[in-house]
Design a protein around this ligand. Structure first.
Ligand SMILES: Cc1ncc(COP(=O)(O)O)c(C=O)c1O
Length: 454
């Protein structure tokens, strides 16, 4: 059944064709650059996901600053995608740009710790509440390393994830729930091993399923986002005493499973991330993307007790490659940039205006839906929110799959893009940065109103 009487597949396809023509006519330079780039780049882009936008060619970016982005055709956009979180503090935040410039002529990488290391460690501990840290270049890498440490210290083979999860290019987590079994996600390319063999998967917000998966004490680690953000935004349910996470955390402790929270996207919750804001006590935390203001950098933190077990595991192993780490991890440029981000971006003062504006945007979206008598809803996690074509916010990934409408979402994205607003190319996810202005929010709300009227 269509989500709205006018949203038949044919009507959506017709509108989409009109918007595609509009993009082509108004973006001649992006169209030409796409053709030129295709000579030497697979799919015409340096990363093939850049073609996941609904436009007929990628938008080629001339520059991005704050919450604004300008394309090769000179159009300026209010950016609510923000590099799918990498720029959640805005594009090129001033303290980060200054730190990069200052370090650029003082050495980029030496495979030695720079003299800022101890200060960065102290800042990480104060900001995120765990005492011990290691660095990586991407959140995918950090997650891979966390899983390896977890298996090494617990000597348990299995991992546990939630259905609908995404933790980056980490094969063990690229799995789906089919009935009660774990299957390799069919879209994964080129994997010859059965990477689902050592991973269990359960629905989010389901404590009984979680306990059943942990009970035989074979699970080294539960790797989870505190709220699902990659199959759409699914919040943890807080309808039982204390809510889902305190109970899930207690189950992990009861069965000796490490709890690793991937806060790469849930840093949107508030300063320090979801666990800090809600008083959770994970064994491990992972953050990438925006942790150093958008410069490639990721970190993972852990407790002192776990650090001791990691040292013991390393010392018990023969000399040689651990399978953990990459040469450029913890390089001088990343450390200097991370230091600036921790001092100036991961602060209550930076978050406060973004959280206020995000609340206004969420309210504005709800008001707009009400005016149009649409039984849709908005879920919000701090500065991140999602517009859902369903009245009931989903409780897990299968609810989310049932409620999503790809054709309608693509049309909305292209409609907005053609009129100067960028949304994340999947779902209707919006992110507000400290650089976002009330005028950006008004522009988005006015466009949504026009879209729904049309
Ligand atoms: C929760 C989460 N963790 C990890 C990653 C992987 O980040 P990266 O692609 O920067 O390695 C993503 C990417 O979207 C993510 O959403």
């Amino acid at each position: 059944m269509p989500v709205h009487p006018h949203c038949t597949p044919d009507a959506l396809a017709l509108r989409f064709a009109t918007e595609t023509q509009r993009f082509t006519a108004s973006h001649p330079r992006s169209m030409a650059q796409a053709q030129a780039a295709a000579q030497h780049f697979l799919f015409g882009v340096p990363l093939h996901w850049m073609r996941d936008w609904p436009s007929p060619a990628s938008l080629f970016v001339e520059q991005a600053q704050g919450a604004q982005l300008t394309c090769a055709d000179g159009h300026t956009y209010s950016d609510f995608c923000l590099g799918d979180t990498g720029a959640m503090f805005g594009h090129s935040p001033a303290p980060v740009a200054q730190a990069i410039a200052a370090q650029a002529s003082r050495g980029l990488t030496s495979m030695l710790p720079s003299s800022q290391t101890a200060e960065v460690g102290a800042l990480l501990a104060t900001t995120f509440g765990l005492p011990q840290w290691q660095m990586a270049l991407t959140a995918s890498d950090a997650n891979r390393f966390v899983l390896r440490w977890a298996r090494a210290v617990t000597q348990r083979p299995q991992l546990l994830v939630f259905d609908g999860c995404y933790h980056g290019a980490v094969d063990d987590t690229l799995v789906d729930l089919q009935g009660n079994s774990t299957v390799a996600r069919p879209s994964v390319l080129g994997q010859v091993h059965n990477h689902a063999a050592f991973t269990r998967i359960v629905p989010f917000n389901d404590l009984a399923a979680l306990e059943a998966a942990l009970a035989d004490r074979q699970v080294a680690c539960l790797l989870a986002e505190p709220a699902l953000t990659n199959c759409g935004l699914v919040l943890p349910h807080n309808d039982k005493d204390g809510g889902f996470w305190p109970a899930a955390q207690a189950l992990c402790q009861r069965y000796g499973t490490l709890l690793a929270l991937d806060e790469t996207h849930t840093l949107s919750t508030g300063c320090g991330g979801y666990a800090r804001v809600h008083g959770l006590r994970p064994d491990l935390l992972v953050m990438g993307k925006a942790v150093a203001g958008g410069l490639p950098c990721a970190v993972y933190g852990f407790t002192n007790a776990l650090a001791q077990r990691m040292v013991d595991a390393k010392q018990a192993a023969p000399e040689g490659h651990s399978g953990i780490g990459t040469t450029l991890a913890g390089n001088a440029l990343a450390l200097a940039t991370l230091r600036a981000a921790l001092r100036h971006l991961h602060t209550p003062a930076t978050y406060a205006p973004a959280l206020t504006l995000a609340n206004q945007l969420a309210q504005g979206l709800r008001d707009c839906l009400r005016r149009h008598r649409l039984d849709w809803s908005v879920t919000q996690l701090g500065t991140r929110m999602e517009l859902l074509c369903t009245a009931q916010p989903p409780r897990n990934a299968s609810d989310m799959r049932r409620s999503s409408n790809h054709a309608l979402e693509s049309l909305l994205h292209l409609f907005m893009l053609n009129r100067g607003v960028l949304l994340t190319p999947f779902h209707n996810m919006l992110l507000v940065s400290p650089a976002t202005t009330p005028a950006d929010v008004q522009q988005l709300l006015a466009l949504l109103d026009t879209f729904l009227t049309a």
